[in-house]
Design a protein around this ligand. Structure first.
Ligand code: DLZ
Length: 158
């Protein structure tokens, strides 16, 4: 599979390996659930579009993006070929945003560096709700869709 330089939104499912037996775990944050449920839908729809069976897609919910790392760590000890972390952090008036963004991105990076199951980062880190809406099915597409493509690509990485 060579998709170098190709826009994620212009993929052809025929260019992908047979994904019928892939098992994917998706961990979703309840915080900003209107956004994260759209990201989840984008990811699920694209996985099915690429041939993954519905029954091989497992969805687990955590309270907020900070908890995504723990959720993904637990799933990485189970029998999944890839895990997708779905969250949405929106900047507020305090430094909370920076701490959560740093924690979740570093945490997921560590899971990838140390583990054997690819963990895909589908966490929006936006300055306002409009930016999040634009990236969860709006004018900038759906980052869940892109995360699904990344997951399938990483499973066949060698
Ligand atoms: C507390 C908090 C805040 C202020 N903002 C967000 C956010 O924008 N997105 C998100 O996913 N979670 C947020 N949280 C919740 C934290 O991720 C976490 O669930 C709590 O701090 C409990 O550990």
């Amino acid at each position: 599979m060579n998709l170098k330089g190709q826009n994620f939104t212009e993929i052809n499912p025929d260019d992908f390996p047979n994904s019928v037996n892939y098992k994917i775990g998706i961990v979703v944050s309840e915080w900003n659930i209107d956004i994260t449920s759209n990201l989840l839908k984008g990811a699920k729809d694209q996985l099915v579009n690429l041939g993954v069976k519905n029954e091989n897609i497992s969805i687990s919910w955590v309270p907020g993006s900070f908890e995504l790392v723990y959720g993904c760590k637990k799933l990485s000890n189970e029998n999944f070929d890839a895990i997708i972390a779905v969250g949405c952090v929106i900047k507020g008036e305090t430094d909370h945003y920076d701490f959560i963004c740093n924690a979740v991105s570093n945490g997921i990076m560590h899971l990838n560096a140390l583990g054997t199951t690819p963990v895909i980062f589908c966490v929006l880190t936006d300055h306002n709700k409009n930016q999040s809406l634009a990236r969860s099915g709006g004018e900038h597409g759906n980052k869940g869709t892109e995360a699904a493509i990344a997951a399938v690509k990483m499973i066949s990485f060698n």
